[in-house]
Design a protein around this ligand. Structure first.
Ligand SMILES: *Cc1c(COP(=O)(O)O)cnc(C)c1O
Length: 424
């Protein structure tokens, strides 16, 4: 569920009409509902009641300071995948000892920063990373807490660009090599292996892959313990999917997912970390855009809006579907048309929807792109010198700009003229 509903014919975020925000901040803008963020977090926490679970918000889904801060205030840890995210998590007030650091390409600088911060654990993804971590920690006279990410070779049955637990994917070490790599880790100075991690993909809407992966995870933990390793936590990763089509039956929710976790990991006597991203923020955010033109092509109608693939790349990157709603219900006469909704970027891949049955919109109408809170703003770019969109958070009848719209001057100011090109 979420908190974007019509009242008196106008789509609201909680108690605030979206056309009022549009009038003040302009379009396009992302809008997040604080009530949805906290509700999702609490529902997930409740689903794991009675289990020793630490929820580490996977902030790559949405790393706005206000979003991260909302979860941190609720008691969440954070899953980071870069030194930049580590810095953002700390800036948002995350407790260092509730931060896990995932990712296959950790640089020396990133590792050193995480050691200095005193994070909960490094989710190590390869043997060379383990060696590097050992060397850096030893040189700094410290010991790095380590979990090794196991690749279970399970197909998450999601889009091919977001499945991560197949043998052919770059993530983790093959589960068949777990004993060997843990033995190597135990022999290295400067690292202490305390956990086992796994993350099989994103937008997972079928629990069977989790079932298979977590059975394998539990088996690995038992084997490693028999080998003498002290495993005190497992990291079950994230990936739970959200409903993108409001008319479709919802995918399995937190309770069904938690039951799978409980079944396989509940009696291992370990702390269980989970790293949800999308499920916490996906439908807590929308992108609001204004129709610039309606163009009737030879074969198609194009609704041309002021948001584009640089603002929301999911449709073209993942073939993702986002429901589109008129902000004022009276906008778009009910007489349905089939249209492509496109932006102004000079790419044929620039679309928010294709061949979509829609009301008949006109220039000036506002459209809400639903379920855009996850992997939306964070993947935006300034391609075509389009400044990053504003981001707004609503809480009850209050709202605040949580990232001002970038200005073109800001963008140009990031460049420098090479000295030989400077005007004399
Ligand atoms: C992306 C990612 C997540 C979060 O995935 P969601 O599908 O957003 O829940 C969790 N853990 C790791 C290691 C990730 O890379």
């Amino acid at each position: 569920m979420h908190h974007f509903q019509y009242r008196d014919g106008v789509l609201h975020a909680e108690d605030v009409p979206l056309d009022r925000i549009a009038a003040e901040v302009g379009t396009p803008f992302y809008c997040y509902a604080h009530a949805t963020l906290t509700r999702h977090y609490r529902v997930l926490r409740e689903a794991f009641a009675g289990l020793p679970v630490l929820i580490c918000y996977a902030m790559k889904a949405n790393s706005n300071q206000s979003v991260v801060r909302t979860f941190v205030t609720e008691g969440a840890g954070v899953d980071v995948v870069s030194g930049g995210e580590l810095q953002r998590a700390l800036a948002a007030g995350a407790a260092p000892d509730a931060i896990v650091f995932s990712g296959v390409a950790k640089s020396r600088t990133e590792i050193a920063a995480a050691l200095d911060a005193g994070i909960l654990t490094f989710n190590v993804e390869s043997e060379p990373e383990l060696e590097r971590l050992s060397a850096i920690a030893t040189a700094r006279g410290t010991v790095a807490p380590v979990s090794i990410r196991i690749n279970p070779d399970v197909d998450a049955r999601t889009h091919r660009k977001i499945t991560t637990g197949r043998a052919e994917n770059k993530f983790g070490i093959p589960y068949q090599k777990a004993r060997e790599v843990y033995a190597r880790a135990a022999s290295l100075p400067g690292v202490q292996v305390t956990g086992v991690a796994m993350h099989i993909g994103s937008q997972i809407t079928d629990l069977d892959p989790y079932d298979a992966a977590y059975a394998r995870l539990a088996e690995v933990v038992r084997t490693l313990r028999a080998d003498g390793h002290a495993i005190t936590h497992v990291d079950a990763g994230g990936g739970l999917g959200v409903p993108y089509r409001l008319d479709d039956p919802p995918p399995p929710g937190p309770n069904a997912y938690a039951a799978v976790v409980r079944r396989h990991l509940g009696d291992l006597d370990v702390t269980i970390l989970i790293e949800p991203g999308r499920v916490l923020v996906g439908n807590a955010g929308i992108l609001v855009t204004e129709v610039e033109y309606v163009k009737t092509g030879a074969d198609k109608t194009f609704i041309i809006v002021d948001a584009a693939m640089n603002d929301l790349i999911r449709p073209t990157l993942y073939d993702a579907h986002h429901d589109l709603l008129p902000v004022r219900a009276a906008d778009g006469s009910p007489e349905a048309i089939t249209a492509d909704v496109v932006g102004g970027v000079c790419e044929t891949g620039d679309y928010l929807a294709r061949d979509r049955a829609l009301p008949r919109f006109e220039a000036g109408d506002l459209l809400a792109v639903m379920t855009a809170g996850a992997y939306g703003a964070v993947q935006s770019s300034t391609y075509n010198t389009r400044p990053l969109a504003a981001e707004v958070m609503v809480r009850g009848d209050q709202w605040a700009v949580v990232r001002p719209r970038q200005s073109t001057d800001d963008l140009i100011a990031m460049d420098r003229l090479a000295p030989w090109l400077a005007p004399s």
